[in-house]
Write a protein that binds this ligand. Sequence first.
Ligand code: MG
Length: 249
Amino acid sequence: MNQKVIVCDLDGTLAPSKASLEKSMADVLCKVLEKHKLAVISGGAYKQFQKQFLTHLECDGEKLQNLYLFPTNGSGCYIFDKEKNDWISLYEENLTEEERKEIFSAFEKAIKESDVDVSDPYGILIEDRGGQVTFSGRGQEAPLDVKQKWDPDQEKRKKIVEILKREIPEFEVRIGGATSVDVTGKGITKAYAIRKIEELLKIGKEDIVFLGDALFPGGNDSSAKETGVECISVSGPEEAEKILLSYVV
Ligand SMILES: [Mg+2]
């Protein structure tokens, strides 16, 4: 294999949506980190990475130094500091107070106007994630089976997205995860994170391979293709695990 850096989407690729990393995947990732630099991109915030990903990864600090975490589509980056034995923020590009207010009111308007049912959510509906504001149709804490039933054909979210695009065209609006709509600054997509990786690691696109479950047109990984890196589409963590293993044998 000539690709040095492996870049993966998190939800639906390395782990089921917002669910914990499986033990078998965690083992494979440790093996990958022995030989490769690995970057993981998610629409989720860093605290979601901690809960869903880092607590289940049992690698030594040496290997963790090869891991780069990109929460909220690369508007932040975290790396492991071996000395401190902890994760540190390399940069954070947060939305301004003004911008967040504008996005929140656009969401409220879109919910009202679309008439989408958001009653009895599990946890909060609209979350401020610093560099991103995220709406989750059944709430941030909804169990996976509840989420999967809410908007399988994306029809509810398409309505919301349409209104948001009209209301706040100066932001990036997209469907993400199982029930969510993400809003970030213009141009903050997976492609943005991939370009950040190239910059940070001083590598070219030919040194990167990207794995994602939503590379189809309109999917939240599709922007990765704009960067010209090799993109591999996976159906879920099981297939991703097999592909990742092929990089370590
Ligand atoms: Mg995904």
